[in-house]
Design a protein around this ligand. Structure first.
Ligand code: FAD
Length: 324
C-alpha cells in the first residue's frame, strides 16, 4: 500500500491486488517505532534518516485523508538486569542517543500496579495504528485497490501490466523467481487486554511491551517463533505473553483478543527491494521483518525513485546483492 501510494503520488499508474486474507503481518503489528533496539541496545539501523522520513510520510497521509493514526509515544524501558541497566547508562551518556533518551525513572517509579524493580529510562518513540493507516491508504488508492489473489502473471483479471511487484510478505518465499532471497519468516503473537489501574499514557517495555490503546485496553506483544507449524494463535504464545504480564502487572486483567501473524524477516536483517536482475518485469518489496512500520516509507520512496528516475537503490537493500 505504501509503495503504491508513493508511486501514484508521482503519477504512476498502479493497481494493488490484495487477497484480503485475515491476519496479515501489517494488520496484527503493534505498530511501534522504537529508535533503540536489540540485545546490545543500539540505535536501530539508519534511525536518524528513517524516523524523520516515516514521521513525515504518516503525517502527510493523515493530512491527505483527514484521519489520525500516528502519535508520539514515550516508551518506558524497564531495566531487566544489572548488566542491562549498565548498557542503558552507557547509552544515556552518549550524545548520539541524546535525541532519543529522555529521562531516568527510579525503581518503583510507575506505581504499585506496574512493577519497575530496577528502574528504567524513557525513550521517544512513535505509534501507528496500522489498521487505521491501511484503511486510510486504501481510501486514497480508491479503485486502484482491488480484492483478488495474484499469480505472478502479467495478465490478470482482464488487465495487462508492464511490471509486477511482489509485496506478499512471508508468502513470497513460495515465489520461485525469488528462491535466492533468504526469507526467514518469524511468527508473532499478541494479546489485547482490558486492565483498569495501570498508568496509561506510556508504553512499557521489558523485552515484551504493553501499549495503551485507551479506555483501559492494552496491546501486549509479542512473541518470536522461528519454528512455527501453523500461523494461528497458539496456547504456547498466549502463555508466554501472560507470563510477561504476570511478572510485571499486579492488578487483574482480562484477555479480549489473541492474534497471530508472520513477519517477513530475512537472513541478514536488511530489507530487500528491486526488480529481478534476470526478469526485469518482476520486482520484490520484502524483508521488512520486525520494523515494517519504520522502513516502509523510506523503502517506498527509494523504490519509486528507482523505478521512475533510475536512481540507484541503497546497496544494503538492493535485491542485486543476492544475485552477484
Ligand atoms: C506480532 C507482530 C508484531 C509486529 N510489531 C511491529 C511493530 O511494532 N513495529 C513494526 O515496525 N513492525 C512490526 N511488525 C512487523 C510488520 O508487521 C511487518 O514488517 C510488515 O507489516 C510487513 O508488511 P508486508 O506488506 O511486507 O507483509 P504483510 O503485511 O503480510 O502483507 C502482505 C499482503 O499480501 C497479501 N497476499 C499474500 N499473497 C497474496 C497473493 N497471492 N495475492 C494477493 N495478495 C496476497 C496478504 O494477504 C497481505 O495482505 C510486527 C509483526 C508481527 C507479526
Amino acid at each position: 500500500m505504501t509503495l503504491a501510494c508513493c508511486l501514484r503520488s508521482r503519477g504512476a499508474s498502479v493497481i494493488v491486488a490484495d487477497d484480503g486474507a485475515p491476519g496479515s503481518s501489517s494488520r496484527v503489528a503493534t505498530g511501534l517505532i522504537h529508535p533503540i533496539t536489540g540485545r546490545r541496545i543500539v540505535k536501530t539501523w539508519m534511525a536518524d534518516t528513517l524516523i524523520p522520513e516515516a514521521r513525515a510520510w504518516y503525517r502527510a497521509l493523515e493530512g491527505k485523508t483527514d484521519t489520525s493514526f500516528f502519535r508520539d509515544v514515550e516508551i518506558v524501558e524497564a531495566f531487566t538486569s544489572a548488566g542491562n541497566r549498565n548498557d542503558w547508562s552507557a547509552r544515556t551518556g552518549d550524545p548520539a542517543y541524546a535525541p532519543y533518551i529522555k529521562a531516568a525513572i527510579g525503581p518503583g517509579g510507575l506505581g504499585e500496579s506496574l512493577l519497575l524493580p530496577l528502574g528504567g529510562v524513557t525513550v521517544q518513540g512513535y505509534h501507528i495504528d496500522t489498521s487505521a493507516y491501511l484503511s486510510a491508504a486504501g481510501h486514497l488508492l480508491g479503485d486502484a485497490l482491488v480484492r483478488g489473489t495474484v499469480t505472478g502473471k502479467r495478465e490478470w483479471n482482464g488487465m495487462a501490466f508492464g511490471r509486477i511487484i511482489d509485496c506478499t510478505g512471508y508468502l513470497a518465499r513460495s515465489n520461485p523467481r525469488f528462491g535466492q532471497v533468504p526469507l526467514v519468516p518469524v511468527k508473532g503473537e499478541t494479546l489485547t487486554i482490558q486492565c483498569a489501574g495501570l498508568p496509561e499514557g506510556r508504553v512499557f517495555n521489558a523485552g515484551k511491551h504493553l501499549l495503551p490503546l485507551g479506555g483501559g485496553r492494552w496491546h501486549v506483544g509479542s512473541t518470536f517463533d522461528w519454528r512455527f507449524r501453523h500461523t494461528r494463535p497458539s496456547g504456547a504464545g498466549r502463555a508466554e505473553l501472560e507470563e510477561f504480564l504476570d511478572r510485571y502487572v499486579t492488578v487483574p486483567y482480562r484477555v479480549e483478543a489473541h492474534q497471530a501473524a508472520v513477519r517477513p524477516a530475512i537472513d541478514g536483517r536488511r530489507p530487500v527491494i528491486g526488480m529481478h536482475p534476470d526478469h526485469p518485469d518482476i520486482g520484490l518489496f520484502n524483508g521488512l521483518g520486525t520494523k515494517g512500520v519504520l522502513l516502509a516509507p523510506w523503502l517506498a520512496a527509494q523504490f519509486t525513485a528507482h523505478l521512475l528516475d533510475g536512481a540507484p537503490l541503497h546497496p544494503e537493500t538492493d535485491i542485486a546483492r543476492f544475485y552477484n
